[in-house]
Design a protein around this ligand. Structure first.
Ligand SMILES: [Mg+2]
Length: 238
């Protein structure tokens, strides 16, 4: 982080992404992919299996959106396709049950999240902006115990420039009064920088490949900050 970078003082609110910013989420998908490989490897090469799964997930996004239910559907669809419908009902059942269990996955907050949110909220209103299935995201937010920490919560289908502009209009602020904190360069950082907001990127241990972009696309913006740990947000904002 460049020391010379400073926030303007008229920030209206600081918004946080949820999955893999406040708590760990992505590793559960890696565990599902491990089981997927174990079951499917007798039908097709391991490399093809994951490539095909990713392809199906991306193709299904406009129809099914993000989240565990959509991921499960893509696993089942890919399993049937790459096995030429040879996958057994017992194998499909295993995938289905594992996928369903992910919906009840416990929430583990990252270190320092609660305390940092508390400190930030003393100076700025704080918001949660997350994308995905509303029921699944609501359950995670509730389970996290952080529900009361936020002044408002927005669950959206996509986090692109259009969505952020709509939110900025809804809350009647200018883009330069808005700070977004998140782990996804594609969803939390680039669109916010493009509309003139501030973005704080905190890379997670694992991030879905679809959310990664070349960092040269975001490094060039003045309003961009990259931190190692969640608790470092106070160094930038307070
Ligand atoms: Mg995230």
């Amino acid at each position: 982080m460049a020391k010379s970078k400073q926030f303007k003082k008229n920030i209206a609110f600081v918004a946080f992404d949820a999955d893999d910013t406040l708590w760990e989420n992505e590793p559960k998908y890696r565990r599902a992919e491990k089981l997927f490989l174990e079951i499917l490897s007798k039908y097709v090469s391991e490399e093809t299996i994951l490539e095909e799964l990713l392809k199906t997930e991306i193709q299904n996004l406009p129809l099914c959106g993000y989240g565990t239910k959509s991921f499960c559907m893509s696993m089942m669809e890919t399993a049937m396709r790459v096995s030429n419908l040879k996958i057994t009902t017992e194998e499909l059942h295993k995938l289905y049950e594992f996928g369903k269990s992910l919906l009840k996955h416990p929430i583990h907050l990252y270190e320092g999240v609660e305390k940092t949110l508390e400190l930030i909220s003393r100076k700025y209103p704080v918001a949660l902006i997350t994308k995905g299935d509303s029921l699944e995201q609501e359950r995670k937010i509730f389970t996290s115990g952080l529900m009361d920490k936020f002044d408002f919560i927005e669950i959206v289908h996509e986090k692109d420039e259009k969505t952020y502009l709509k939110l900025i209009e809804k809350y009647n602020i200018e883009p330069a009064q808005f700070v977004m904190v998140g782990n996804s360069p594609k969803s939390d950082i680039l669109p916010v920088l493009k509309i003139g907001g501030y973005a704080i990127y905190i890379p997670a241990r694992e991030t879905w490949i679809h959310e990664i972009i070349d960092e040269s696309n975001i490094n060039c913006f003045d309003n961009y900050f990259k931190l190692k740990k969640f608790s470092e947000i106070t160094d930038v904002l307070l």
